[in-house]
Design a binder for this molecule. Structure first.
Ligand code: ATP
Ligand code: MG
Length: 264
């Protein structure tokens, strides 16, 4: 069986510099694959190459048996690739409901199907249903991330690509807040911030796990939060300076590999 997504020896340049130096990776149907690596190694560049935002200089990208090289980003989206970019990619001045409707527009499949899609998103992310009338911009970082993922799911993708979904939630800062709190003997307000952030990470983790159980789509996840990858991914690829340096089943991601290729 051939992979849903296959990159073979992909090279990508940005502004005349070689950024990807031969990336080879595959994502099979129904699989959750983590693409890991330190800052600046080319994770986002890999995703932008897959989605067509950057041209492939050499090598091939195939999706669902089709060579993507000549296809524009919107054609790739309609072919079943949904991309949630790094950062909070929602419309801050539109309501949660309006943001979700943007996702429905990509694939017009009739009201019944839209309703079913929305119900699925609400069951994955119950907080969104409670906040339909709120402006996207007032949600917490984690809630905005849930909204972006929900909207992407409404395009009915075969492959969902997430670039650092926990980033806006910043576990490192959460940990720092936690440590500071312990030292300060926990004043009230930051403790709430801490709890809410931890809760948001949990919600996103659960959603990825639920999507995985449905076996209906594959997920390619860029993530630096190693514990998160260990909990949700089936396999991983670790990048360094524009290439994959090690990969395997997520169970084979040892602390030694983490130290060598992933830890800052
Ligand atoms: N628009 C750009 N112009 C010039 N160089 C760029 C541009 N975008 C990215 N780069 C460079 O390409 C390299 C890879 O960047 P990329 O964004 O793919 O890294 P990343 O692995 O996603 O990092 P991070 O974890 O910080 O998001 C970096 O060295 C970066 O400086
Ligand atoms: Mg990045």
């Amino acid at each position: 069986m051939s992979a849903l997504l296959q990159l073979t020896s992909v090279e990508t340049d940005i502004a005349g510099s070689r950024i990807l130096r031969g990336v080879t990776l595959a994502v099979n149907a129904g699989e959750v694959v983590a693409l890991m690596g330190r800052n600046g190694v080319g994770k986002t560049t890999t995703l932008r190459t897959i989605t067509g935002l950057l041209p492939v200089r050499a090598g091939t990208v195939t999706f669902d048996g089709q060579d993507l090289a000549k296809l524009a980003p919107d054609v790739r989206a309609r072919a079943g690739i949904a991309y949630v970019p790094q950062g909070r990619d929602i419309f801050p001045h539109l309501t949660v409901e309006e943001n979700l409707h943007v996702g429905l527009v990509v694939h017009r499949r009739g009201r019944a199907s839209d309703k079913e899609g929305l119900e699925r998103v609400y069951s994955l992310f119950p907080v969104l249903k409670e906040m339909l009338a709120r402006k996207g911009g007032v949600l917490s970082g984690g809630q905005q991330q849930q909204l972006a993922i929900g909207r992407a799911l409404l395009t009915k993708p075969k492959l969902l690509i997430l670039d650092e979904p926990t980033e806006g939630i910043q576990p490192s800062i959460i940990d720092q807040i936690g440590d500071t709190l312990k030292k300060l003997k926990a004043p009230q307000a930051p403790a709430d911030v801490f709890q809410r952030a931890a809760h948001d990470v949990q919600e996103i983790k659960q959603a990825v796990q639920l999507i995985k159980q449905e076996h209906s789509l594959a997920i390619l996840l860029v993530e630096q939060y190693v514990d998160f990858c260990r909990e949700v991914a089936d396999r991983y690829y670790a990048m360094d300076r524009g290439a994959v340096v090690v990969s395997g089943a997520i169970a084979s991601l040892t602390d030694e590999i983490v130290k060598k290729h992933l830890q800052v």
